[in-house]
Write a protein that binds this ligand. Structure first.
Ligand SMILES: Nc1ncnc2c1ncn2[C@@H]1O[C@H](COP(=O)(O)OP(=O)(O)OP(=O)(O)O)[C@@H](O)[C@H]1O
Length: 257
């Protein structure tokens, strides 16, 4: 068991929560602005199961990043509950959240956010060092295995600036996988990549879902539905559409298009 799983059991009234890895129950988020309170998300009820590959889409300002930030615990809901793998993360203190996040969620950003002074392999080892999830003697080998998995093992000893954007995003995905989290969350992970490289990153996410991970990501990619198992559309802070995608991932691990 590479890391501790919180086993707090919590029953929610929402039927959509049954068996979910991720549950949002009546979640709203208001931001305080000089001109008053602005409601960015309203009454969101969502249940996301293990192995789902979920794209969150919607116009600029519809609440996508806000939703992602609530799922990772980067931000807190104004009202409602956010449960991830049995943990009510809206109730954790900042310190508990930081530790929980490091062990349970892999986060991928649009601009990669690799530490520039560390080599690629050191960047991938960092979450293991910070959360002490694997014995120190195993971390380098594990990081190399992850870099092999994302196809950039040959770049392990380089600094991030020596890599292309696509390679840096692969390194960021390897880093997100470092502590073997069940959930990968990404905010526009292909937003800074050309089409071919973006497709390669989506393929990598598909592989992770086939291996049992759950991936939730914000995107402006067109035709994303053919890549994912579910597409959630936000309009003005509400779920306007929650549709099945065209890619269904069988339990056997085979992907059907
Ligand atoms: N810290 C904040 N304070 C006040 N308003 C905010 C804050 N963060 C976001 N908002 C507002 O909340 C709304 C939703 O923002 P959010 O970033 O979630 O949208 P988005 O769908 O991710 O947009 P984009 O596609 O442009 O990234 C926007 O109207 C935004 O201006």
């Amino acid at each position: 068991m590479p890391h501790h799983r919180n086993t707090i059991q919590h029953h929610l009234a929402s039927s959509s929560s049954a068996g979910s890895l991720l549950t949002l129950h009546q979640v709203s988020k208001a931001y305080q602005t000089p001109s008053g309170s602005f409601i960015a998300l309203r009454d969101i009820d969502l249940g996301i199961h293990q192995n789902e590959f979920v794209a969150v889409v919607g116009k600029s300002g519809s609440g996508k990043s806000t939703l992602i930030n609530l799922i990772t615990g980067i931000d807190r809901p104004s009202t409602g509950e956010v449960m991830v793998d049995g943990t009510p993360i809206h109730r954790l203190s900042e310190n508990q959240l930081a530790l929980w996040r490091g062990r349970n969620v892999g986060i991928v950003f649009q601009f990669f956010q690799l530490l520039p002074v560390l080599t690629i392999i050191e960047n991938v080892m960092l979450p293991m060092d910070l959360c002490n999830t694997y014995p120190a003697s195993l971390r380098r080998d594990r990081a190399l295995t992850l870099l092999e998995q994302v196809g950039i093992a040959a770049q392990a000893q380089k600094l991030p600036t020596a890599l292309s954007g696509g390679e840096q995003q692969r390194a960021a995905i390897a880093r997100a996988l470092a502590n073997d989290p069940p959930l990968i969350v990404a905010d526009e992970p292909t937003g800074n990549l050309d089409t071919r490289t973006a497709d390669a990153v989506l393929k990598l996410f598909t592989d992770l879902v086939v291996q049992g991970k759950t991936v939730v990501f914000v995107t402006h990619e067109r035709d994303i539905r053919r890549h994912v198992s579910r597409q959630i559309t936000l309009v003005d802070g509400r779920v306007d559409d929650d549709a099945r995608g065209e890619a269904h991932h069988r339990a056997s691990g085979e992907v059907q298009q």
